[in-house]
Ligand binder design. Sequence first.
Ligand code: NAG
Ligand code: NAG
Ligand code: NAG
Ligand code: NAG
Ligand code: NAG
Ligand code: NAG
Ligand code: NAG
Length: 275
Amino acid sequence: MTASLSSSNAVILLLVALAARAALALNFTVAGGQIFTPGFAIVDAPQPGTPLGGDTIEVALDVSADGRLPLPPYPDDSPSRIHNITIFLYSYDTGKNFTITNGTATANNASLGDIMASEPGSTVKHVKWRWPDCFVGDGQPTSADSARGVYNISIRQNFRLNGKDHYTIFDLPIAATNKIDFDLLRPPCDSLTNPLLPPDQVNATAANDVPVLFAPGDATVVETGGNGDKSSGSGVGPTKPEAKPGQGLGGAGMLRWRDAAYWVCLASVAGALVL
Ligand SMILES: *[C@@H]1O[C@H](CO)[C@@H](O)[C@H](O)[C@H]1NC(C)=O
Ligand SMILES: *[C@@H]1O[C@H](CO)[C@@H](O)[C@H](O)[C@H]1NC(C)=O
Ligand SMILES: *[C@@H]1O[C@H](CO)[C@@H](O)[C@H](O)[C@H]1NC(C)=O
Ligand SMILES: *[C@@H]1O[C@H](CO)[C@@H](O)[C@H](O)[C@H]1NC(C)=O
Ligand SMILES: *[C@@H]1O[C@H](CO)[C@@H](O)[C@H](O)[C@H]1NC(C)=O
Ligand SMILES: *[C@@H]1O[C@H](CO)[C@@H](O)[C@H](O)[C@H]1NC(C)=O
Ligand SMILES: *[C@@H]1O[C@H](CO)[C@@H](O)[C@H](O)[C@H]1NC(C)=O
């Protein structure tokens, strides 16, 4: 069963004001540098609003809900599991929608295969995607038809929680504005392009039938294991020390974060988004 988030002060709602011209504000639940989503995945990096560049974009995802969900392979009758996670990079600003991973790798890993199968044994999957060629440049976009600019990393989770299947969409804003060097290894953008659907056809609200889960203070208990794995039964989460609201993250640590780092964090987000 899913308990909704308590109003515990352990849960920090980070308000990110995106580009002023969009007059848009989005809420993120951030604790201890982790961004919680409507699903088992927890984003360790990047932080919302970060300007990105370099050779690859790297998304670090904890796919165990901080240790509450075991790694695959799951028992066939497991009441909780991740079916798959797909990730797209899209922008209504630039009109682009690229595949980061849809479960099937393309040539040279231009789009990536099943991330749940990557880094076996690791609860954190480092999704490294080589920037395709149209992102080459440095700084803000210089022409109206540039692919550079603000984007969402759109994380789509197909999962089962305590016997019920869900599909959720979580959009994490970033800016592709740091330096991306020319490199012959960069895949053509065209090979990764998907149609960009209008918001009413994406309908994230309808997809997201669960709230943000597993943040400190959330009492959701994950039932795991099937017949082959009775021992792990239910309640894997709460038996993990780091999952207890009263400890570590949930207690004084959070308050320290709120007092000290909160403004630093807001300031850096604001700084990152000045266009
Ligand atoms: C952010 O969350 C708070 C608390 O849940 C809510 O009051 C506020 O309206 C939300 N803001 C946006 C822009 O969604
Ligand atoms: C993801 O899982 C869902 C539910 O099992 C399935 O319908 C869908 O085809 C899968 N998608 C991918 C890309 O594997
Ligand atoms: C990012 O996602 C939010 C929420 O889904 C959406 O309102 C916003 O327009 C998107 N940003 C861009 C640049 O497409
Ligand atoms: C694609 O990535 C997978 C997982 O990291 C790796 O095993 C495979 O060799 C890569 N394929 C190519 C063509 O680079
Ligand atoms: C996955 O994405 C790649 C690159 O966009 C595309 O060529 C391929 O058709 C997609 N596969 C599926 C099953 O959607
Ligand atoms: C981006 O493309 C994927 C694959 O076609 C699609 O599932 C997704 O809804 C698209 N996103 C947007 C915002 O159009
Ligand atoms: C989203 O989907 C729900 C359920 O399918 C529907 O009732 C609602 O009208 C849709 N919203 C938009 C904006 O299309």
